[in-house]
Ligand binder design. Sequence first.
Ligand code: SF4
Length: 327
Amino acid sequence: MTLLADRFGRTFPYLRLSVIEACNFRCTYCLPNGFQARPGRPEPLSREEIARLLHGFAAVGLRKLRLTGGEPSLRRDLPELIASAAAVGGIESIGLTTNGTLLDRRVTRWREAGLTNLNVSVDCLDRERFQTITGHDRLPEILRGIELARELGFKAIKLNAVLLRDLNDDQMPAWRDYLRERRVTLRFIELMQTGDNRAYFERHHLRADGLEQQLQDEGWRLLPRATDAGPAREYAHADFAGRIGVIAPYSKDFCAGCNRLRVTHTGDLRLCLFGNVGIPLRPLLQCDDDRPRLVSALRTQLGLKAIGHRLHEGETGLTPNLSTIGG
Ligand code: SF4
């Protein structure tokens, strides 16, 4: 099998698939006014279309799948989706990125369906501040859901916190306490500019360099990066069961190790989170006989992938906000 590769020699074993655009949160850095359902929007990909998509990607080396949204748990058939992904040969890990609102009620079923990795968005541990950032007072039940998930034998549980100046950049003491006994990874993600959040970005964007220096000064040790790992730089400390990761898209060479592609909830291939092109794959997902055409389309499109994003030039591509593509 020839792996999907671009002209810079990078290979792409990792697919981030958005399964729904709707979200039930109003995160200030993403959907401050909440999800606005507009009539006439195309339906998200069906289970059959998604199964054909995954078989196509598996034919070119897909090993790691992440299901995203909007908020993927809003899809009623999520357990069936997970199970059908688990039935596709070659996919070694199936992850989900969720805001955690249905975690305590559904995580056991997702795990039984074949989910192996879990990422939960928790921007801070202060209940009031959490409500300010997400628009919802749901932190206690989300933390309860994470405790339940920790009993279910996931390969990895990660907490995603978007680093926000003057909103949650003073939370390290609380996070240290949380990570002392818990074998989870907290990942700080630099706030990224998107089409809709320029003013917010200018107010709250904080580079992660200072945080990484602080971690190293406190004795956190940078770990080697696994081959199909995501973009995080991960740190461990002898006194903590948990780890800390940093995702810094504004850092030098961030895109050098790009290994992931994205497909939107309506089947558009996105070569880059901040790219300017979306290639419709849906017409090739209508019958199994189209798999060779799907595979050839993927190979052709990869030839167009750019070396990296142009966020430093304020170029945010097609992404108005991250709920449209699941980050
Ligand atoms: S910004 Fe684009 S090129 Fe860079 S790592 Fe992300 S997807 Fe890859």
